[in-house]
Design a protein around this ligand. Structure first.
Ligand code: C5P
Length: 218
């Protein structure tokens, strides 16, 4: 069984995907973390993120592991816990830049298919139901108002970033939406057979129950 959850930043897809994976005892694969990891490595090396061949090299040698834990899933890059570093908006913006590049996408999509091919996986991203696994057993497309998505991101990041400004976060989310929806390769778009879930006014528990019931045809 492959469950695909796509949607824009802050729509709640990764939180719900994690909970669904836990309930089903499936693996949860955060494909955004893979694009983020490429951007993060490049930023640390001071590379130009628009240098497509350098970004493709990083993607090709990416060593990323998803390690489930009791409270959170850790993302290891080259064996080191990079979970918190990968969450920053700077890395998120960088991820959107590298994610628009053909070779980076080819390499990461191949890795995602390889990870998912044994099944029993919940995978979230932007193109899981359209490109990575167009024949996924269940597909969801999460949406939510940009203000609400910005607020959620703000709540998530504010403790570790004291100077964070909500308006800036909302602006960054809008900018990233624009880039993801308008890029030439694999733009963010709902698969025809995906169920759209608007999470704006619902709690995490409500959305998780809704998705869980749909998976089980309840
Ligand atoms: O979901 P997350 O915010 O971690 O994704 C970071 C960026 O990676 C997105 O804005 C998008 O540009 C890119 N991405 C993608 N395809 C995916 C997952 C993420 O293009 N499957």
């Amino acid at each position: 069984m492959i469950i695909a959850i796509d949607g824009p930043a802050g729509s709640g897809k990764s939180t719900v995907a994690k909970l669904i994976a836990k309930r089903l005892n499936y693996r949860y694969i955060d494909t955004g973390a893979m694009y983020r990891a490429v951007a993060w490595i490049a930023q640390k090396k001071g590379l130009d993120l628009t240098d497509e061949s350098a970004m493709a090299d990083i993607a090709g040698s990416l060593n990323i592991e998803f390690v489930p834990g009791p409270d959170r899933q850790a993302v290891l890059v080259d064996g080191k816990d990079a979970t918190d570093f990968l969450k920053s908006e700077t890395v998120g913006r960088g991820a959107a830049t590298v994610a628009a590049q053909k070779f980076v996408r080819e390499v990461l999509v191949a890795q995602q298919r390889h990870i998912g091919e044994t099944g029993n996986v919940v995978m979230d991203g932007r193109d899981i139901g359209t490109v990575v696994f167009p024949h996924a057993d269940k597909k969801f497309f999460f949406v939510a108002d940009a203000e609400e998505r910005g607020r959620r991101r703000y709540e998530e990041l504010k403790d570790k970033n004291p100077g964070l400004d909500l308006k800036t976060i909302i602006e960054e989310i809008r900018q990233r939406d624009h880039e993801d929806r308008n890029r030439k390769i694999s733009p963010l778009v709902k698969a025809n057979d995906a169920l759209e879930v608007d999470t704006t006014r619902f709690s995490i528990e409500e959305v998780t129950d809704h998705v869980f019931k749909n998976i089980n045809n309840l």
